[in-house]
Design a protein around this ligand. Structure first.
Ligand code: CAA
Length: 279
């Protein structure tokens, strides 16, 4: 508990929002919405070990801070969300160094995927390699019309290393995932929408507005029910249908331990809007 408090207290409060300063990412929390902006536009927001460490730190804060109810990830600059892992750092790496870097990425993306709070990738431009993989770990993806997606690792003699070989087939099906990963080509935002890789395509100027509006909607919903919905889907997906259905029963039953369940149901019967307290 003391460690958790110490993590959360690192957030500096300004009048409207809370911020934490990093070297490579921007991080702020406003109206319950945490926003992480990858901020190395000169290299198209490529992710090196340091950036991934900062992302892990920021996501850990989001997980622990009760005031954070949803997370948005996006990229700085006109051109890119994230153009992948940093090739200049990787090119002469040893097997052990790469293993360490991939483990750090997996740990971070697993935390994003499984933390109780919902996450939205607001994909503003190129999402290549690790960029697509970061978006895949989020619960929901909104893309600018200008965004492109791809797993081009094969073109540089490697394969995806932050979950692309696993999350992409689970989301879009094995055939299309193989086309993208074996062929290494890029797809447009529109195509990504057609195959179910993104939930919504937005005009570039409206991308953050739409992501924030959806995050705000999520932030007002009962947090424990959101957590249970994520758990049932995330952990049930790889189980047998029978076991997954049992998991679902356990997850819905746990919702009945919350005041928000009582409030939500009472509000329907009393024909008024619910006032969820997050309890
Ligand atoms: N790593 C390091 N630097 C990168 C980068 C990356 N992934 N992507 C772009 N950059 C750098 C470029 O080197 C260039 O730097 P300089 O100005 O210092 O030369 C700068 O960003 C701008 O890029 P370009 O000049 O290349 O821009 P472009 O518009 O001509 O091309 C591009 C854009 C097609 C995305 C091209 O930059 C490119 O092919 N990038 C690599 C994309 C890639 O292969 N990503 C996968 C990485 S591996 C991975 O992610 C593994 C994993 O699963 C974790």
């Amino acid at each position: 508990m003391i460690a958790e408090k110490a993590i959360v207290e690192r957030l500096k409060k300004t009048s409207q929002r809370k911020i934490m300063e990093y070297k490579n990412i921007l991080f702020s929390v406003e109206e319950g919405i945490a926003t992480v902006t990858f901020n190395r536009p000169k290299v198209l927001n490529a992710m090196n070990y340091e950036v991934m460490s900062e992302l892990l730190d920021a996501v850990t804060v989001c997980e622990k801070d009760e005031s954070v109810r949803a997370l948005i990830l996006t990229g700085a600059g006109e051109k890119a969300f994230v153009a992948g892992a940093d090739i200049s750092q990787m090119q002469d790496s040893s097997v052990l160094e790469i293993q360490k870097m991939m483990e750090l990425g997996h740990r971070t993306l697993w935390l994003i995927e499984t933390m109780p709070k919902p996450s939205i990738a607001a994909v503003n431009g190129l999402a290549l390699g690790g960029g697509t993989e970061i978006a895949l770990a989020c619960d929901i993806r909104f893309a600018s019309e200008k965004a492109t997606f791809g797993q081009p690792e094969i073109l540089i003699g490697i394969i995806p290393g932050w979950g692309g070989t696993q999350r992409l087939p689970r989301l879009v099906g094995m055939g299309i995932a193989k086309e993208m990963i074996l062929g290494g080509g890029q797809i447009t935002a529109q195509r990504a929408y057609e195959i179910g890789l993104v939930n919504r395509v937005c005009v570039p100027e409206k991308l953050m507005e739409e992501a924030r509006a959806f995050a705000l909607k999520l932030a007002k919903l009962p947090p424990f029910a959101l957590k249970m919905a994520k758990n049932a889907m995330n952990y049930g997906f790889d189980m047998s249908l029978d076991n997954a259905n049992k998991l679902e029963i356990s997850c819905i039953a746990q919702c009945f331990s919350t005041q928000d369940q009582k409030e939500g149901m009472r509000a329907v019967l009393e024909k008024r809007k619910p006032n969820f307290l997050g309890k």
